[in-house]
Design a protein around this ligand. Structure first.
Ligand code: PRX
Length: 632
């Protein structure tokens, strides 16, 4: 039985059912999966712990639901189509059967290298099918994968290796990205040296053919590791609540936290949301342009589509290489039906005009999606008109690493869309808007903080190694609710528009960045005395990073210092965290209790200095004038 919604009244009906009887609703959806043992109870929960368990005592393996369950019917269907960075290089397609064999071989290789159920495996790889194979092989043997975006620095990788106590790291010799080739293996070596921990093995996929140092006894080539392995592997029996993966994400405090997702609920929700939001039909080609290093890649390149038996396209490169028509060329080449990207990519391509689009046939497109940050109306219209040719619904999907799957979104072709609105919650998602004091704002035409009051199957379960932090970050601001960190408006039609973060997190090109995390990196520079980082509106990135820095300028010019600080951030976090603007300032505006007045810094960064509010209560009001002057 299909759980797909086809009409607006169907959506309303399903939504009501999911609220009136969540357990009955999700049990019905979960029954279409293969369980080695059915659950005893659908849901056990409280948000005080928090302690959430879905499909209690159910036993399964998520990969059996991708492979064994469907092989007879779709073994020869393409599972992954891989398009290389360089259009001249040969692409690759893996059928479900071929992918299954590769996953099994690699699962056996992991076992041969000592990986057991519960061990943590870091995946620091380019966008090659083997990255998906690696994730699925971990799931097959019950190891917990933690994919680290390959654009992160050695130092960021070291932190993650240390935090999750990784036993094995999977990587490549190098990565291609546009015209660049990045020496990844050297970064892994540096990270392992830096991290306190015990990485026993590093398995290296040969991508660029660059010369790399292989440490004897520790490092093995991927092709050697799988060479003699069988294509068969018996899936490990997992509890529904066994960890599937850890994914690190930034928050308001300094250190990224490891968001933990478990097996059963994540499986049920990603497939359900994928099929519904994108209205995937058998035979369609679906393409999500994210990287597997982010949650979007986990849920909507790998798990959701593959659980649904879809053909998922993986692209190794960037939107503007070799030219700004690259995305559209790929859509035409594979007759892509569903296309899912980020507003930052849309805005970047918008800048090239419509010529690169018009050279390609986009008539295969049925649905176009957006994720990661608010999509401004202009970009929405451009996307809808020029990419979707006014006929493809735009699904603006709001969700988070912590939610595991899409929470608020149109169901393509079912929910009427409205530019820059994520529209309505998916079935099972019980939203609540609250004011600063946690009082519910009922009815329509209200604006406040977005909370969710009832668990859904793919809600995060904890933050790895620090449950208290999970509680404090998400479940303590407003008692009995999950707090998203986002501001939201519910308009007169009951439609939701996400307004952006209300905490100290900024969203740069759809990537989450904690201001404290960037400040910590800046402060590592020996000449830096203190810094404050805020977000500001940026035409392409959505938000840019603005850093105010107090420095010791002895023996340095400002320009040199700014370059050095930028390099420091790149080395500590990665190029994505490099500030767009660094302003050397004589001081930072502080309250009498020593707290930095970020509100003032945000206003100056936005270029809006007309109304800074009352600054007379500051400890150092004179510094505001100097900062304003310097910002000009
Ligand atoms: O602020 C929201 C924004 O991205 C945050 C989550 O970031 P991350 O965990 O990295 O996941 C991104 C991909 C799911 C949210 O708190 N965000 C995500 N999608 C949207 C969005 N803001 C507005 N509209 C969206 N569609």
């Amino acid at each position: 039985m299909s759980d797909k919604i086809h009409t607006l009244s169907g959506y309303i009906h399903e939504y009501q059912r999911s609220v009136q009887d969540p357990e009955g609703f999700w049990a019905r959806i979960a029954d279409s999966f293969h369980w080695q043992k059915r659950w005893d109870k659908v849901l056990d929960w409280n948000f005080d712990g928090p302690d959430v368990k879905w499909f209690v005592n159910g036993k399964l393996n998520i990969t059996e639901n991708i492979f064994e369950k469907n092989l007879y019917t779709l073994g020869d269907r393409p599972a992954i189509i891989w398009e290389t960075n360089d259009p001249k290089e040969k692409n690759r397609t893996l059928t479900y059967k071929e992918l299954f064999h590769q996953v099994n071989k690699f699962a056996n290789a992991l076992k041969a290298n000592g990986v057991k159920k519960g061990d943590r495996v870091i995946i620091y790889m380019p966008m090659v099918p083997e990255a998906a194979v690696a994730m699925l092989a971990c799931a097959r043997v019950g190891a917990v994968h933690s994919v680290v975006f390959a654009g992160f620095s050695a130092s960021a990788l070291a932190d993650r290796i240390e935090d999750c106590k990784a036993k094995v790291v999977l990587t490549s010799d190098g990565n291609y990205r546009g015209s660049k080739s990045i020496p990844v293996k050297a970064l892994v070596d540096e990270a392992i040296d830096k991290a306190k921990g015990n990485v026993e093995k590093v398995i290296v996929y040969k991508r660029t053919g660059d010369d790399v140092h292989m440490k004897s006894g520790r490092d093995i080539w991927w092709h050697d590791a799988v060479k003699d392995q069988s294509e068969e592997n018996k899936a490990e029996v997992m509890d529904a609540e066994d960890m599937l993966f850890i994914l690190y994400t930034s928050g308001s405090t300094g250190k990224p936290k490891g968001v933990v997702h478990t097996t059963g609920g994540y499986m049920v929700y990603t497939k359900y949301s994928f099929e519904n939001v994108f209205q995937y039909e058998p035979g369609d080609v679906y393409w999500c342009t994210a990287d597997v290093g982010w949650i979007t890649g986990h849920s909507y390149i790998v798990y959701g589509p593959l659980l649904a038996g879809a053909t998922t396209l993986m692209f190794e490169g960037v939107p503007t290489y070799p030219d700004a028509g690259r995305f559209w060329e790929i859509v035409a080449k594979y007759k892509v039906n569903q296309f899912y990207t980020a507003p930052t990519a849309i805005r970047a391509l918008q800048a090239y005009g419509t010529d690169p689009i018009e050279k390609h046939d986009l008539s295969s497109l049925k649905v176009i999606g957006s994720v990661g940050e608010p999509i401004n109306e202009e970009a929405w219209h451009w996307y809808h008109s020029h990419v979707g040719k006014m006929k493809c619904p735009v699904v603006d999907t709001w969700w988070q690493t912590e939610t595991g799957g899409i929470m608020i979104s149109p169901i393509a072709g079912v929910t009427p869309t409205k530019p820059s609105y994520a529209t309505l919650p998916l079935p099972g998602i019980q939203l609540m808007i609250v004011d600063q004091d946690g009082k519910e704002l009922k009815g329509n035409s209200v604006e406040g903080n977005l909370c969710i009051k009832f668990p859904w199957p793919s809600i995060l379960r904890t933050t790895y190694g620090d449950h208290e932090r999970c509680k404090k970050t998400y479940f303590s601001t407003y008692k009995g609710m999950y707090f998203t960190g986002d501001g939201v408006k519910r308009d007169e039609d009951g439609y939701y528009r996400i307004l952006g973060r209300v905490d100290d997190v900024i969203n740069v090109s759809g990537h989450r960045m904690g201001t404290a995390e960037v400040e910590n990196a800046i402060n590592e520079h020996p000449k830096v005395i203190e810094s404050a980082v805020v977000g500001y509106p940026h035409d392409v990135k959505g938000q840019g990073i603005y850093a105010y820095v107090i420095c010791d300028l002895e023996n340095r010019t400002e320009a040199n210092l700014i370059n050095e600080i930028s390099e420091t951030v790149k080395n500590i976090i990665g190029p994505i965290a490099k500030p767009d603007k660094i302003q050397i300032v004589p001081g930072l505006p502080k309250t009498r209790s020593g707290k930095i007045m970020r509100r003032i810094l945000r206003k100056i960064a936005e270029g809006d200095t007309s109304n800074l509010g009352d600054i007379s209560t500051l400890l150092n009001p004179e510094v505001v004038e100097a900062i304003k002057e310097g910002a000009k």
